[in-house]
Design a protein. Structure first.
Length: 350
């Protein structure tokens, strides 16, 4: 395993991070525990969760992911200090697919909601602190979750970023969180968080968790410079485009138990242009003698702005293959071929 610095902190995180959003929906508690055991045995130290998980979000299952991590920690208390534990607070339900059962439309990043969310996560996780606490999506309306362009919407009210950061700073001072991160954020939002931290003497955000894959390289357009200039490292989610880049859906295949088979919610990568691009990358991987999954993950692993690639798996076999991508090195020729495909079909699934 390789490790990289989490922002400007003193924390080192594994380049492969363990995503958990299937736990409680597609994975049982025992399967979740087995994944943690395997990941830790192979050098993974970052575990990423959210109060909203599992996905798709439902009132009946909400919080199970954190509960499964909590029961594992209760059985392995000595391992807590070896894990970089990350979780997230859900934002307001401004979009149709955002969950309304988590404090509804009023679930904004004010003191009341931040406190309630953090205390709930700590209780479910059975820990006194989280290493990285993230805002799952912005308090305001933005280009998130597949929206093709910025929505010119005047929200009735959004919590000022300075107010949110001030409350989070109190949590840091109290020892309940170690570091602060954002997710599904924009260049404007990152700039505001950095400006507020500098102006008010508050903790800086150390990371941004956004989608990034061969099918969605929009992070490169504006956010990657913040990684370079300000050390805001990317925690890349959906690095295989919800599994499409594994090649298992090629030719219209729908394997039993797979996410795309089970849930209509994950159809974002099934647009004609995305399917065409996916086939191109799958064929390119095979041309270089690599599994499509490891080929796509290796690309994300090697980006200079990537701090950790968050992998999700429903089986130990998938987890084994995904973690092993750390040992795959793409040649200059392979990277050039990737860029040629990207130029022909840029960002088909943002």
């Amino acid at each position: 395993m390789e490790y990289r610095k989490l922002g400007d902190s003193d924390v080192q995180v594994s380049v492969i991070g363990l995503g958990t959003m299937t736990w409680g929906e597609q994975n049982s508690e025992s399967e979740a525990h087995a994944q943690i055991d395997y990941a830790l045995d192979h050098g993974v130290n970052l575990i990423d969760a959210a109060e909203m998980y599992p996905v798709p979000p439902r009132p009946e299952t909400q919080g199970l992911t954190e509960r499964y991590i909590g029961t594992w920690l209760a059985r392995n208390p000595a391992a807590r200090e070896k894990i970089v534990l990350a979780t997230k607070i859900a934002g307001p339900a401004r979009q149709a697919h955002n969950p309304k059962h988590l404090r509804g439309d009023t679930n904004q990043f004010d003191r009341k909601n931040l406190t309630e969310a953090l205390e709930g996560s700590l209780a479910r996780l059975q820990t006194d602190y989280v290493d990285l606490y993230q805002l799952h999506w912005p308090d305001r309306s933005t280009m998130t979750f597949g929206r093709p362009s910025y929505p010119w919407v005047d929200d009735a009210y959004t919590v000022p970023i300075e107010e949110t950061l001030s409350v989070l700073a109190e949590f840091v001072k109290a020892g309940k969180i170690r570091h602060i991160g954002v997710s599904n954020e924009t260049p404007w939002g990152v700039a505001q968080f950095l400006r507020a931290a500098e102006r008010l003497g508050l903790p800086r955000i150390v990371s941004i968790q956004n989608p990034y894959s061969l099918l969605n390289r929009t992070f490169e357009l504006g956010l990657s410079e913040y990684s370079h200039r300000d050390g805001i490292g990317l925690l890349a989610y959906s690095p295989m485009g919800f599994g499409w880049l594994s090649g298992k859906y090629e030719g219209g295949a729908r394997p039993d138990g797979a996410r795309i088979t089970l849930f209509e919610r994950f159809q974002r990568y099934s647009k004609p242009e995305a399917l065409k691009a996916t086939t191109g990358y799958v064929e390119l991987a095979k041309r270089y003698g690599l599994s499509p999954a490891q080929f796509s993950l290796a690309f994300v692993n090697t980006r200079p702005f990537t701090t950790s690639t968050l992998i999700g798996a429903t089986t130990l076999e998938q987890l084994r293959e995904n973690i092993a991508s750390i040992d795959v090195k793409l040649s200059a020729e392979a990277l050039a071929d990737i860029d040629a495909l990207h130029a022909a079909q840029p960002n088909p699934a943002p």
